[in-house]
Each structure stands twice: as structure tokens, then as C-alpha cells.
Design a protein around this ligand. Structure first.
Ligand code: HSE
Length: 318
């Protein structure tokens, strides 16, 4: 057996979908969802190098080339940095929508490197894994790497990316009663396009409101003050332009106001929308109304995902 391996020759790992930005925290806030997520099966192979042997659930959209897939790009970076001298075969099973604003590329990268780390005799720490996942993210989002999907997918819970370079991740404790509804309209928004339409500058008066809100959101979560979270989540930067890309956004936002939600916004670069509530029943009701209003106003079908927050990040399935 290879001296770098711990004896496990095949492993299956799940990594969660994530809601990034969370309203006011463009590129700096994100949290992990219980479900959906991606699964990676990683097998030790006789032949050296990485082979991506199978992808399911992507409708043929994802590249099998290892230099173009976020999962294998992250794995390559890790194999190189740690001087790993064995070969691996990778299967990627997409169990979440692509281009949906739920951190699909981050989940694949995180599942891959977590799987590889779990078969090593000397595994590295979760913090040491983060740069490899970011290499994967670089492929999907271009030059400006942001950790607000990979960090929550890897660490679980709610994270603050205090700095992207050098990367500085802080886990923010969240209140116990914290449920998330995600509405995923059946349409796609490319992250690079959604980034290209953002304002290049921000007016001082808006900046003051925005940093007041980011601080207020963190304080609200830590103090378990749901009303402070609700008051603080408003985004003055991305939401005004990106909401125009999502048909029915205004109507859905209005409809959710009738319910007991303590937060609402665009998940990542969209088109998925999220709402936060204190009970699973509220989360369900909110999901139903979001789906109904989207269909009534646009005739666009959608999925809803309801659940709690994933506090642990990836998990080994077998
Ligand atoms: N923070 C990123 C954005 C998340 O909003 O563009 C999408 O990957």
C-alpha cells in the first residue's frame, strides 16, 4: 500500500449547498444548508494522476476535463501541494441545480478535497484545505476569487469572510431557531454576468448604510436578536441591480413580508431566493407562497428547499 494512504481505497462524501452574500454581505457572508448538496466518490487508482470518470445530474453541462472542472482543479492543487504520489478516480454526482446561486461549484470542490483528505495517513486541517477549494472556485468565477461559498461549505454554519486575500474566515454563532427556505426558479444566471452588472463604486451614504447593516447582522445573529437581523439584512449594493434579472422578484418579496420571516434576499448571484424563519412550519408556508407568486406572476416553475443550517460542513457517506 502507498505510504501516504490510510488504507481506505474508496470513499463517498457529501458537501452542502450554500447561501452566500445573505443580503448586505456581498462576498463576505455565507451559510451552509442541510440540503441539497453534491456527492463525490473518490477511488485510489493504480495509474498516477486524476481521472474524472463520471458526472451525473448535470444534464451533460459540466466538463470532464480535469483542468476545467472545479472539483478536479481543487484536487489537482491539493495533490500537487501535498506531493501526493498516487492516482485517483473521481465520480461527481450533482444533487443540486447548476447556475442557481447555491454554490454548486463550491460544493463539488469541497466534497472532492474533503474526500481526498479523508484517505490520507496525515490529513491536513480544514483551514489548510480552504486554499485548494478556492482554486476550484477560481475556474468558475474568474480572477476575483471569493470565499463566501467554499468557506461555509467547508466549515459549515454561518461564516464571515473578513478578508479574501489573505483569507480570514470567522464562524458566527447563529440562533438555535434558524430555518431557511430556498426558492429555485427554473432559469439560470451566470455569476460572471451577475458580477459584471454591479456598480463599480458606491456612494458614501449607501456605504454607511451597508456597513451599518453588515455589523448589525453579525450583532443580531450573536445576540439572537431576530428583529435586528431583519432590520439589518437589506442590501444597498447588489440587490437593486440583480433583482432586475429575476422575474417576479418584487412581488415575491412583498408576499414574504406577510409572513414571519426575519430575512429575505437573493442567494449568491441568483436566481435562487432565500428567506429565514424561526420554525419549519413558517419555512414551509413561506416556500409555498414564494413558489405560488413566482408562478402566478411569471409562469416560471421552481423547486423549493426547506431545512435548517448545516453546522458541520461535508460528511462521509460511506
Ligand atoms: N458573492 C458572489 C456573488 C457569490 O454574489 O457574486 C456568487 O458566487
Amino acid at each position: 500500500m502507498n505510504e501516504q494512504l490510510n488504507g481506505i481505497s474508496e470513499i463517498r462524501v457529501f458537501a452542502p449547498a450554500t447561501v452566500s452574500n445573505v443580503g448586505c454581505g456581498f462576498d463576505i457572508f455565507g451559510f451552509a444548508l442541510d440540503q441539497p448538496g453534491d456527492e463525490v466518490i473518490l477511488r485510489v487508482a493504480k495509474r498516477k494522476g486524476i481521472r474524472l470518470v463520471k458526472i451525473t445530474g448535470d444534464n451533460g453541462k459540466l466538463p470532464l476535463s480535469i483542468s476545467k472542472n472545479t472539483c478536479t482543479v481543487a484536487l489537482s492543487a491539493m495533490m500537487e501541494k501535498l506531493n501526493l504520489n498516487f492516482g485517483i478516480e473521481v465520480e461527481l454526482h450533482k444533487k443540486m441545480p447548476l447556475g442557481s446561486g447555491l454554490g454548486s461549484s463550491a460544493a463539488s470542490a469541497v466534497a472532492g478535497i474533503f474526500a481526498l483528505n479523508s484517505i490520507l495517513k496525515k490529513p491536513v486541517t480544514t483551514h489548510e484545505l480552504l486554499p485548494f477549494a478556492l482554486e476550484g472556485e477560481r475556474i468558475s468565477s474568474g480572477a476575483t476569487v471569493h470565499a463566501d461559498n467554499v468557506a461555509p461549505a467547508l466549515f459549515g454554519g454561518f461564516v464571515l469572510v473578513r478578508s479574501n486575500n489573505p483569507v480570514d474566515i470567522i464562524s458566527i454563532p447563529i440562533p438555535k431557531d434558524f430555518y431557511c427556505t430556498v426558492l429555485h426558479p427554473f432559469m439560470e444566471i451566470k455569476t460572471d454576468y451577475a458580477r459584471s452588472i454591479l456598480p463599480k463604486t458606491i456612494a458614501v451614504q449607501d456605504a454607511i448604510k451597508q456597513w451599518g447593516n453588515t455589523a448589525g447582522l453579525v450583532a443580531g445573529l450573536m445576540k439572537r436578536d431576530y428583529d435586528l437581523v431583519r432590520r439589518s439584512i437589506t442590501d444597498y449594493f447588489a440587490e437593486p441591480v440583480r433583482s432586475e434579472l429575476i422575474p417576479g422578484y418584487k412581488q415575491i418579496k412583498e408576499a414574504v413580508k406577510m409572513y414571519d420571516a426575519f430575512g429575505f434576499g437573493i442567494s449568491g448571484s441568483g436566481p435562487s431566493l432565500f428567506a429565514l424563519s424561526r420554525t419549519k412550519l413558517d419555512a414551509l408556508k413561506i416556500g409555498n407562497i414564494m413558489k405560488k407568486v413566482l408562478y402566478q406572476t411569471t409562469k416560471i416553475e421552481s423547486d423549493i428547499f426547506i431545512g435548517g443550517i448545516n453546522l458541520y460542513g461535508p460528511k462521509i457517506l460511506g
